[in-house]
Design a protein around this ligand. Structure first.
Ligand SMILES: N[C@@H](CCC(=O)N[C@@H](CS)C(=O)NCC(=O)O)C(=O)O
Length: 227
């Protein structure tokens, strides 16, 4: 029913985690971003920003053409609304989940992404850039830790798309963070990690995983507008 355009990155995993949690029937369409497959015209028609993830749903309720969705936050919201899962329907509960979903999309994801870039991938190690994103990741971990001091999950007692969006982006070792400084975040991290659907989603993706080659870095970094 669903095609998931996927590669083994945190944003890609968000969608596998949802699909496994919700028991969706799906086919993975691998888009090897290290080989430049994200620039194929067929993929750009679905995801005009040449980024994974994206999905296509083949049997929309209106009986019309398949529906495609790009941007992981939009995909999670679409799937949550469609399945009625992992997004509360009451006004306040829903708003809270959307706040944390957008917090991840605009904060944790981009900042941790820059952390990975400057610490792990950039050829030139620029102390200012490394420190800036280490600090910002640290600040964001602190925000989650405070939140989780009084709640089981980010928005309350139930697991939602906000947790699904954040979990793949919490990678303490890669991000130069000491999780022991964030006991509530650590407890949440271990709770989410142990969910069977999370284990399954990561196991499914792992089969495709490749180290990032120098060739891949040339394709991924330094992109400019394309005509
Ligand atoms: N805001 C986007 C970001 C997606 C994104 O950055 N995807 C990366 C992998 S995590 C990608 O496809 N990169 C390919 C490229 O840079 O060409 C989302 O959340 O879906």
């Amino acid at each position: 029913m669903y095609d998931i355009y996927f590669w083994t990155t945190p944003n890609g995993y968000k969608i596998l985690l949802f699909a496994e949690e919700a028991g969706l029937s799906y086919t993975i369409k691998p888009i090897n971003i290290g080989k430049g497959e994200q620039f194929a015209p067929d993929f750009l028609r679905i995801s005009p920003s040449n980024r994974i993830p994206a999905i296509v749903y083949h049997a929309p309720a209106d009986g019309k053409a398949p529906i495609s969705v790009f941007e992981s936050g939009a995909i999670l919201l679409y799937l949550a609304e469609k399945t009625g899962k992992f997004l509360p329907s009451d006004l306040r509960g829903r708003i809270e989940v959307l706040e944390w979903l957008f917090w991840q999309m605009g904060g944790l994801g981009p900042m941790a992404g820059q952390n990975h870039h400057f610490r792990l991938y950039a050829k030139e190690k620029i102390p200012y850039a490394i420190e800036r994103y280490l600090n910002e990741t640290n600040r964001l971990y602190g925000v989650m830790d405070r939140r989780l001091a009084t709640r089981r999950f980010l928005t309350g007692e139930t697991y939602t798309i906000a947790d699904i969006a954040c979990y793949p982006w919490v990678q303490p070792e890669r991000q130069g963070q000491n999780i022991e400084e964030f006991p509530h975040l650590k407890r949440w991290f271990e709770t989410v990690k142990a969910r069977p659907a999370v284990e399954k989603g990561f196991a499914v993706g792992r089969e495709l995983r490749q180290e990032m080659s120098e060739e891949a870095k040339k394709i991924l970094f330094g992109q400019r507008a394309r005509s």
